[in-house]
Design a protein around this ligand. Structure first.
Ligand code: SF4
Length: 496
């Protein structure tokens, strides 16, 4: 087992979604050890070149291949890791297996426990993971104990917001073949973990295999996520102790394909993706009719870190996107607030609102809400791990209208409340432009959708509209009166 860092060597790490692009410049003429690591999750600072020597790391942000080449040449000439005017320098334990945190926007936000290896360890190198304490020989009883406190992360997790141990015990007591599906479809936080910390995800899966007596693992991802899937596949090939067969399967990029029962349909090869009625729940009747667990990479990475640290990290991996200079995936303590998350990114223009949750999150201007699932739910916001920032130029009516139309076009069509409800919601929001604002009708429609839809797609689809009407009633009324306060849907109003 060899640590990439030694006292007498200079190590150049390249962190990016496509580090090879930068390495084509950095690798040409240097005496240093040059290596690819995965993304840090903070896109505004990448490609990021980090030069480490004797417990000091110099960070060079937004590096072109040419600049990376210049940096490595200067280091060779002077043997000084801080050459090349770095944007920040961090002092750290020379043997650290965690990304040292410099004063760089986004990277210095919150904490990095689940994300600690992202952008630092070589994602597919088992030695790096082992040095960080990975590949534990875990006792099933200890895993189950953690599972009694661990809650599922993301709408792609069949234990979304619930503790996972009950589902594990149901599957464990089955006398048929059992499956764990690692549902990495569609959510940025999950693809960051696949790309940068795949062993963390696989360790979590291996622990569930033992705790729930699983016979087979399937990793499921979107066809759009080719590179993270390739990284994961290499990590699977390099994993020293996977105890059961593991397959990697990709499915259509459609948003709905991440819903747990539709993920199962997709893995089974069904072209028409429709959600399944529950009960029976997937832990009773899942993949090919057999007991199945569905967990996201975020849930599994949390489990892996909890087993290593012997306590739950109690953090949330969140992705900031929308009207920001560049998206960022960060990690906050559960007591951290939406406000702290938003301060990790540069908002383009002035802040207006945040759409908190997944695609169909809740809209709010109140950022003083903790990011734990109970506080978010109490504030009628979503818990799927994304925060879409909306700037003052955004028209809220247009924003929620587009989401309603997306839902009407992308739902699976299986149940009336969602299929017809999203169509009617789109029309009711469109009617606002014609001067017909009917909040009572919208409210009644939303209530039916939320209480009667088969799956969380339909349950959540009207949340943006419902919460927007609560927080931005004035904007809806203004549109009905022929004005758009943001000035961005004048054309639409002229057409109507
Ligand atoms: S809620 Fe929507 S996506 Fe889910 S089953 Fe009903 S129609 Fe399909």
């Amino acid at each position: 087992m060899k640590n990439i860092i030694t006292d007498d060597e200079t190590v150049v790490r390249v962190a990016a979604r496509d580090p090879q692009q930068v390495l084509s410049g950095a690798n040409t003429a240097t005496d240093s050890v040059v290596t690819k690591v995965g993304t840090t999750g903070v896109q505004a600072i990448e490609p990021l070149v980090m030069v480490t020597h004797s417990g000091r790391t110099a960070f060079h942000t937004q590096c072109s291949p040419e600049r990376a080449d210049e940096i490595t040449e200067q280091i060779d000439e002077t043997d000084d890791e801080t050459q090349g005017t770095p944007d920040a320098v961090a002092e750290h334990d020379p043997e650290t297996t965690r990304l040292p945190i410099p004063e760089l926007p986004g990277l210095d936000a919150g904490v990095r426990n689940v994300l600690s290896g992202c952008g630092w360890r070589r994602p597919t190198n088992p030695s790096d993971h082992e040095l960080a304490g990975g590949f534990l020989d875990v006792d099933p009883a200890a895993v189950l104990e953690v599972g009694r406190q661990l809650r599922g992360r993301g709408w792609g997790d069949s234990c979304h917001n619930d503790v996972v141990a009950d589902a594990w015990q149901t599957v464990r007591s089955a006398d048929e073949e059992t499956t764990l599906v690692v549902n990495a479809h569609g959510t940025n936080g999950d693809t960051v973990l696949l790309a940068s910390a795949p062993f963390e995800v696989l360790d979590g899966a291996a622990a569930v295999v033992r705790a729930a007596d699983i016979d087979r693992v399937v990793v499921y991802a979107s066809t759009d996520d080719e590179r993270p899937v390739e990284t994961l596949q290499t990590a699977v090939d390099n994993h020293p102790n996977l105890e059961v067969p593991l397959d990697v399967v990709t499915g259509p990029a459609d948003y709905r394909a991440a819903e747990p029962t539709m993920a199962i349909e997709s893995i089974e090869g069904n072209h028409r993706l429709e959600a399944r009625l529950r009960p029976p729940h997937l832990e009773d009747v899942g993949l090919h009719g057999r007991p199945t667990l569905v967990h996201t990479p975020r849930t599994l990475a949390n489990l892996s870190v909890a087993l290593r640290r012997e306590e739950l990290p109690a953090t949330r991996v969140l992705t900031l996107m929308g009207d920001v200079a560049a998206p960022a995936t960060i990690e906050l303590p559960e007591s951290g607030t939406i406000s702290e998350a938003v301060s990790a990114v540069a908002v383009e223009g002035s802040f207006k609102a945040a759409c908190v949750g997944g695609r169909f999150g809740g809209l709010t201007q109140d950022l003083d809400v903790a990011v734990d699932p109970d506080s978010l739910s109490e504030a009628e916001l979503g818990t799927d791990g994304t925060i879409r920032v909306l700037s003052a130029d955004r028209c809220i009516v247009e924003f929620v209208g587009r989401l309603a139309r997306f839902a009407s076009e992308e739902n699976c069509g299986r149940c009336v409340p969602c299929r017809e409800g999203t169509t009617q919601l789109t029309e009711l929001l469109r009617d606002v432009y014609d001067g017909e604002y009917a909040p009572g009708r919208i409210e009644e429609l939303v209530r039916v959708m939320e209480t009667s839809s088969i799956c969380s797609f339909g349950v959540q689809a009207a949340r943006p509209a419902r919460t927007a009407i609560e927080a931005f009633e004035v904007e809806f009324q203004a549109h009905a009166d022929g004005q758009c306060p943001a000035g961005s849907c004048v054309e639409a109003m002229e057409v109507s």
